[in-house]
Design a protein around this ligand. Structure first.
Ligand code: GLC
Length: 482
């Protein structure tokens, strides 16, 4: 089997090396191809460079090129617009909740509308909840009647989305909840994300896993190419690598997350709980952060508390700039449309993303080049020199950004958000009197006027010597050069 569970660390490193070996460090591998990003080589250009997460070296590497995805939580819970866990959090008896199936009729669902919006936000893949904890299935499953075919709608939603995705080569990933509040064999025991035991239950984990295996097989066999499998809520923490092995056999390009029956391919920090990792210049493990457009729910919530643009853009930027992926969620309404607030958020994200994407696509993390921890750096090397991108992903303390220990002037500095030139200086600032050196300083940034976004400055250098990583190695002749 080719499952990550079976891969040793050495094998992963080999995969990483072979993925990088085809490309030459320091060449034009980072340029943005029209309509898509390019994976930078994983070979470090200098020994101090942050390590990148290991590449797979196989068909799953699409995931490193298409960093930004749309997560969609959709199911019966959208009808009331409370929360995707309405049944559990609002203590709705199972016999009541299942009645929602008779109201499931999302006549305005048009997968192309979702995909158009995702694309305009800069997103490059989609992940849909095929079955959330409530157990209601969005596809034509033969293993339970609790599915979209037995509703007034009567259409196979996974099938419709898959067809639309395949038409435009948009990778489709499938979310599947292990916890199940409907299937009688699932051992609901009142643990977290579980109902208390229900009348009529026949708890039997082995039988449940057989059911689940059959459903996963349907999902992986009946809808063409699937690019990812996103497990959730393995409450039992049961281990069984044969399930991911089956997915890998049926869908070799599928990346699998770490919430299933083995460690999978990548980690899934949620709503920024992984705060410890925040200061890392790069994620050395494969990571896909996930978040929703609002703070209370993943499914549609009529009274949702939406995040600010500033919060979301910072969050997106700080993962994408550090070799991680980002999955941003929306919860469509019961009729299949997205709430206008969510649409507006995605549109604003798209405006930002469209302006700064060259700093995120096909670049590599380079924050090691400065000691300034208020910014993140990404870089791209090509035959014309080195481009550094300075990401202001935190509250700007002031209108200047000092990039100590850099003492080299760029050929050009541009604020990607506006396309306007950025002032810079190498003049020694009073605060640098101890070193008696001037460091590269970006000046007069519009931090007040544009406080609600993430500013990204592009710095084009003819060449960036490796010696800049060592603060003492830069000659004084660089000082005061503009
Ligand atoms: C949390 C929520 C769950 C949601 C998931 C997405 O685990 O409890 O409802 O599906 O996040 O990552």
């Amino acid at each position: 089997m080719a499952g990550a569970g079976a891969l040793t660390a050495a094998a992963l490193n080999n995969a990483a090396n072979s993925a990088g070996a085809a490309e030459t460090p320091g060449t034009a591998t980072g340029s943005v191809a029209p309509g898509g990003a390019v994976t930078p080589t994983t070979t470090p250009t200098s020994p101090n460079e942050p390590k990148l997460a290991p590449r797979f070296g196989d068909g799953r590497d699409w995931w490193f090129q298409k960093r930004f995805g749309l997560f969609v939580h959709w199911g019966l819970y959208a009808i009331h617009g409370l929360h995707e866990q309405e049944q559990w959090r609002y203590r709705v008896p199972r016999a009541e909740y299942v009645k929602l199936a008779a109201q499931w009729n999302p006549v305005k669902f048009n997968p192309d509308t979702w995909l158009d919006l995702a694309e305009s936000a800069g997103m490059k893949y989609i992940c849909l909840t095929t079955k959330h904890h409530d157990g209601f299935c969005l596809w034509d499953t033969k293993l339970t009647s609790y599915n979209t075919m037995n509703t007034p709608y009567g259409k196979d939603i996974v099938g419709m989305l898959a067809e639309a995705c395949h038409k435009r080569n948009f990778p489709l990933c499938l979310y599947y909840s292990i916890a199940d509040w409907h299937q009688p064999n699932y051992p609901n025991q009142g643990r977290h994300h579980e109902l208390p035991p229900q009348p009529g239950d026949q708890p039997d984990l082995a039988k449940y896993i057989e059911f689940l295996r059959g459903q996963v097989r349907e999902l992986c066999a009946n809808y063409g190419e699937i690019h990812g499998f996103w497990w959730d809520m393995n409450v039992d923490q049961h281990v069984d690598p044969s399930i991911n092995a089956m997915i890998r056999q049926l869908q070799p390009k599928a990346v699998i997350n770490d919430r299933g029956y083995d460690k999978g391919d990548f980690g899934t920090p949620e709503r920024e709980y992984d705060k410890g990792g925040e200061e890392l210049p790069s994620f050395e493990k494969r990571t896909e952060a996930c978040n929703s457009v609002g703070s209370e729910s993943w499914g549609y919530r009529a009274l949702e508390d939406y995040y600010s643009d500033r919060h979301l853009l910072r969050s997106i930027d700080k993962y994408l700039a550090r070799d991680a992926n980002y999955l941003l969620n929306v919860g469509p309404r019961g009729d299949g449309t997205l709430a206008p607030e969510a649409v507006a958020i995605l549109r604003r994200i798209g405006t930002w993303y469209g302006a700064v994407k060259e700093a995120l696509e096909g670049t590599r993390p380079a924050s090691h080049l400065t000691s300034n921890r208020n910014v993140l750096l990404t870089r791209r090397d090509n035959t014309r020199g080195t481009t550094l991108y300075v990401h202001l992903h935190k509250d700007a303390v002031g209108e200047a950004v000092k990039l100590k220990p850099l003492t080299i002037a760029p050929r050009r500095a541009t604020l990607l958000n506006t396309g306007k030139p950025v002032d810079f200086s190498l003049e020694m600032a009073p605060s640098d009197h101890v070193e008696q050196k001037g460091y590269l300083r970006l000046r007069n940034l519009p931090v007040n006027e544009m406080a609600n976004t993430v500013l990204v400055v592009k710095l084009e250098f003819d060449q960036l010597p490796d010696s800049i990583t060592s603060p003492n190695a830069v000659g004084s002749s660089d000082i005061n050069r503009r």
